[in-house]
Design a binder for this molecule. Structure first.
Ligand code: NI
Length: 397
């Protein structure tokens, strides 16, 4: 067993304990105070001078001087506003808050990376910037945008981020150049009709019937609005109207999400949504107010950085375990802002099994798979070494 492997193995019990402690004490976006304190204390213990960024995030440079060139590695800190249904000893102690996306694991991975890099501080010919980002799950537009605006990516040549993914087989690396995750849009539709007695529909303008037709019609935006290649998702996630059985309400509210990967498709889908909402409202004689607000942009992976992930992944998990199967994914990620600020790549590490029965991210039964911690650490360390090797041989571009 190599010295590096021994060092990593020796760290795993402590990292696993920290991961489970974070899971037990989840914190929402821009409220990661306890989590941030744990991260800062760990970094200080390993010789870093961490600084606060994006309200509750933490940044630390391997070299205090900030010595360029710099490669950045990112983890996300926040949990989701949802319940936990597991019986785990480390289940969430905060009602309605839970680490159901595995950001507890991503944080533990980057802490492990920081400890192992610190031991090589004097021999590494580049700076490594560790980005512990708050609020990935979308509070107030997310934490990555704030970090970028504060200059966290200035002078950074490459940035990498990872995510566990139970939808892919355990310890496989999924990555592709170009679009990796989707552009998101928040959709809100408010319908205004005429309420009244449910026995006298002829005197009303029924927003429930109009809204029901609208939900169905919105499903044709992709199915009939795009060609066989598709490339978009339109989902209605909320439909609320009415108070009781014998009253037709005067208004209804719908909310949904739109996911796309290319500007021309985005434009087409949004314009069809506007037409469908206007058309259905007019058909049923109700008034509609539609809002479409852009969320996170597409995560665009740089080809050079993607090749680095593929190379490092092949060395760590074996070339056949590295693929672009199942990509892009229609989820959104604010790593997109970091990959816009400098070149970068985001990749998935599979945590699923053959049965497909492992709870997905955002499922109340989900728990981060701790066996991914060493893979994530080795991937990040490998990317640092790959960057340094390319730099040394003049093959960085
Ligand atoms: Ni996530």
């Amino acid at each position: 067993m190599s010295e590096a492997t021994q060092e990593l193995d020796a760290l795993l019990p402590e990292l696993t304990a920290i991961r489970r402690d974070l899971h037990k004490h989840p914190e929402l976006g821009f409220a990661e105070h306890r989590t941030g304190a744990i991260v800062r204390a760990w970094l200080e213990r390993h010789g870093y001078a961490p600084r606060t960024a994006a309200k509750t995030g933490v940044i630390a440079d391997l070299h205090r001087s900030g010595l360029a060139p710099t490669i950045a590695l990112r983890a996300d800190l926040d949990c989701l506003p949802m319940p936990e249904t597991t019986d785990l000893p480390h289940r969430s102690v905060h009602d309605g808050c839970a680490h159901k996306c595995g950001h507890d694991g991503h944080t533990a991975i980057l802490l492990g990376v920081s400890a192992l890099l610190a031991r090589r501080r004097n021999e590494l010919g580049c700076n490594v910037r560790l980005l512990f980002q708050p609020a990935e799950e979308g509070v107030d537009g997310g934490g990555a945008k704030v970090m970028v605006a504060e200059g966290a990516l200035e002078g950074v040549e490459e940035v990498y981020g990872l995510h566990n993914w139970p939808g892919f087989r355990s310890h496989r690396i999924h990555v592709r150049a170009g679009a990796m995750l989707a552009q998101t849009h928040w959709m809100s539709i408010r319908l205004f009709g005429v309420g009244g007695h449910a026995s006298q529909p002829q005197l009303c303008r029924d927003v429930i019937v109009a809204g029901s037709h609208l939900v169905v019609a919105l499903q044709t935006v992709v199915a009939r609005g795009l060609g066989y290649e598709g490339g978009a998702v339109v989902s209605v996630g909320k439909f609320s109207a009415g108070t009781t059985d014998n009253v037709l309400p005067g208004s209804a509210e719908l909310e949904g999400t739109v996911r796309t990967f290319a500007p021309d498709v985005t434009e087409r889908v949004l314009s069809r949504i506007r037409e469908v909402v206007g058309g259905v409202a007019s058909t049923f004689g109700v008034r509609a107010e539609l809002e479409l607000a852009p969320g996170y942009p597409v995560v665009m992976n740089d080809p050079v950085c993607t090749a680095a992930v593929q190379r490092v992944g092949a060395a760590i998990v074996g070339a056949p375990q590295v693929s672009d199967v199942g990509l892009p994914i229609a989820g959104g990620e604010d790593f997109a802002y970091m990959a816009q600020a400098t070149r970068g790549a985001f990749f998935f590490v599979g945590t699923g099994d053959e049965s497909g029965g492992v709870p997905t991210c955002h499922h109340p039964d989900f728990d981060f798979d701790d066996t991914m911690i060493p893979i994530g650490i080795r991937m990040f360390l490998g990317l640092v070494d790959d960057h340094i090797a390319r730099r040394a041989s003049g093959r960085l571009a």
